[in-house]
Design a protein around this ligand. Structure first.
Ligand code: GNR
Ligand code: NI
Length: 177
């Protein structure tokens, strides 16, 4: 297992649109383990492969308090959206910043699990928001893209000014889960 480095906004590699996964094999499963390890270590509730500079459509989530409900989504597609919800979001690639974002309140998503088996899941509230946030990453999109250019610019400049070391050691978004 290995903990991977998380890219930070405004790194342009976060803008790459991830490719479909074509084979779910042992090599991919080892990488999925690394994604979980990286997410748990960073204190996040989700992590998309894009955030560790791996551009395949793959993401992991665990929104449980106990951190014992790992979910893995390969080639996820949202098939239904319902309602609207505003939630304060954070992102491991935008450490230390939390802003309100409007998304669908409930969704249905279909994907492959880590055994390559298709499944469908209906989710609402935090899990629904997290799934939408992670799929955005796979499309090269960040929650700051929903903010005003003024707010986004401020966040960008602050993150550019703060040292990478300071950010990685001291600021983690888990405080707003
Ligand atoms: O840890 C995270 N918390 C969070 C809170 C509200 C909405 C979305 C998220 S996802 C984020 C982890 C992350 O950056 N995933 O890409
Ligand atoms: Ni994120």
């Amino acid at each position: 297992m290995a903990k991977l480095d998380i890219l930070r906004f405004p790194d342009t590699r976060l803008r790459i649109r991830a490719f479909e996964v074509t084979a779910v094999n042992d090599v991919l499963r080892l990488f999925i383990d690394d994604l979980f390890e990286t997410m748990y270590h960073a204190g996040g509730i989700g992590l998309a492969a894009t955030q560790v500079d791996f551009h395949k459509r793959l993401m992991v989530i665990d929104v449980s308090e106990s951190k014992t409900e790992p979910l893995c989504f390969i080639n996820p597609v949202i098939t239904h959206k319902e309602g609207v919800e505003i939630m304060q979001e954070g992102c491991l690639s935008v450490p230390g910043f939390y802003e309100d974002v409007e998304r669908a309140q409930a969704i249905t998503v279909k994907a492959l699990d880590k055994n390559g088996e298709a499944f469908e899941l209906t989710a609402d509230d935090l899990l629904a928001v997290c799934i939408q946030h992670e799929i955005d990453h796979l499309d090269g999109k960040l929650f700051v893209d929903y903010l005003s250019p003024l707010k986004r610019g401020r966040i960008r400049r602050k993150l550019e000014r703060m040292g990478k070391d300071l950010v990685n050691q001291n600021i983690r978004p888990e405080s707003t889960l």
